[in-house]
Design a binder for this molecule. Structure first.
Ligand code: SF4
Length: 355
């Protein structure tokens, strides 16, 4: 992985984004913001799943009125998502939100943008300049012949430049499209052109495996480049599903403590044991272990001993229902497969408690 891109730090309530802070995970509440109990219930569930920031839609004055209680009771920072009407941003800031997101594609007048920047400056909160390929300024669509990565980058950077001219630099940027390659290209351009922290996401991905993969590929590619300070996985699914995928992405890239990480072979015709049922059983039994360790569960002598030696602890099966256990690169026990599996679980728990 490339070293992390050096970015300015911004603070959303008590959470630092950028400036070397851990990559945070965020999501959106999916019930009407006027349903205060519903928003708070979703937010608490998201926070329990590892979410660092919640964003809520603010489409009207009724939503603005709900914000005060939501902000007061939310366990994590609250961002108001504003489109079209700058007065909703001003109302949200007055209600005490921790940040606002605006979309320069639908908030076009400089006087309106400046009013929001001035209010955010006075309140000491950041603004996300959130570009979507589906709502770019007409002038940019014309200039670039469509919602290209260049058009998205210019939209974000020209809005940031305006804010800078008005003395406001408490900014993060996002540039989302449903197209993975276009999104990645847009973020890379902006990453080269400024040092503002970046909020990563692929938008309108849909649901299921394809949607999850789109986010994992797009966000993962950028994070591997060292680009990205906070992420949101967009799924046509529950916010907790979004958070779980987001947390998995940052954990698997080593950007957050990963807990128990399993290294397991896919099995093939050489495998003589029922690894496909052993693995979920081991996972289940180690699910409560709160420690960063890797546990290898490997099917045969081809790659088993090698992978198991590289893990913190591992088991490699061989023919005739026999297995060996490995720790710190060395084989330390051999015996019947079921006995060795039992010992693996007990030894992994013991190892986890020492971490
Ligand atoms: S470790 Fe052995 S059983 Fe597992 S996939 Fe490789 S060759 Fe097949």
């Amino acid at each position: 992985m490339h070293s992390r891109r050096q970015t300015r730090a911004i603070t959303v309530r008590n959470l630092q984004i950028g400036g070397g802070a851990p990559v945070s995970v965020q999501s959106m509440a999916k019930c009407p913001t006027t349903d205060i109990d519903g928003v708070l219930e979703q937010t608490r569930a998201m926070a329990s799943a590892g979410c660092d920031i919640v964003r809520v839609a603010v489409p009207d004055e009724a939503a603005v009125r709900a914000l005060k209680t939501i902000v007061k009771e939310s366990p994590i920072p609250v961002v108001a998502d504003i489109h079209f009407d700058f007065r909703l941003a001003l109302g949200s800031i007055a209600a005490g939100v921790d940040a606002v997101r605006i979309n320069p594609g639908n908030m076009k007048r400089d006087a309106h943008l400046r009013a929001v920047a001035d209010a955010a400056l006075a309140a000491g909160i950041p603004i996300r300049i959130g570009i979507n390929s589906g709502s770019l300024e007409r002038s940019l669509l014309k200039k670039y012949g469509g919602p290209t990565a260049d058009a998205m980058a210019e939209s974000a950077l020209s809005c940031a430049e305006k804010f800078e001219r008005w003395g406001f630099t408490n900014i993060k940027l996002s540039l989302k499209s449903h197209d993975v390659q276009q999104t990645v290209a847009a973020y890379r351009k902006v990453a080269d052109a400024c040092d503002y922290p970046l909020h990563l996401g692929i938008t309108a991905t849909g649901s299921g495996l394809e949607a999850t993969l789109k986010s994992a590929i797009g966000i993962g590619a950028l994070l591997l480049d060292g680009i990205g300070d906070t992420i949101r996985v967009s799924l046509s699914s529950s916010p907790v599903d979004e958070v779980e995928v987001g947390v998995a992405i940052v954990k698997l890239l080593g950007l957050r403590p990963h807990g128990v990480e399993f290294v397991a072979c896919p099995t093939c015709g050489r495998c003589k044991v029922d690894l496909l049922s052993y693995l979920p059983a081991v996972k289940e039994r180690l699910s409560g272990l709160d420690a960063d360790i890797t546990v290898a569960v490997m099917g045969c002598v081809v790659n088993g001993p090698g992978e198991a030696k590289q893990a913190d602890i591992g088991i490699a099966f061989s023919d005739d229902d026999v297995a060996s256990l490995f720790r710190k690169g060395k084989r330390y026990a051999s015996g019947p497969a079921r006995e060795m599996l039992e010992q693996l679980v007990n030894d992994a728990r013991r190892l986890g408690r020492t971490r």
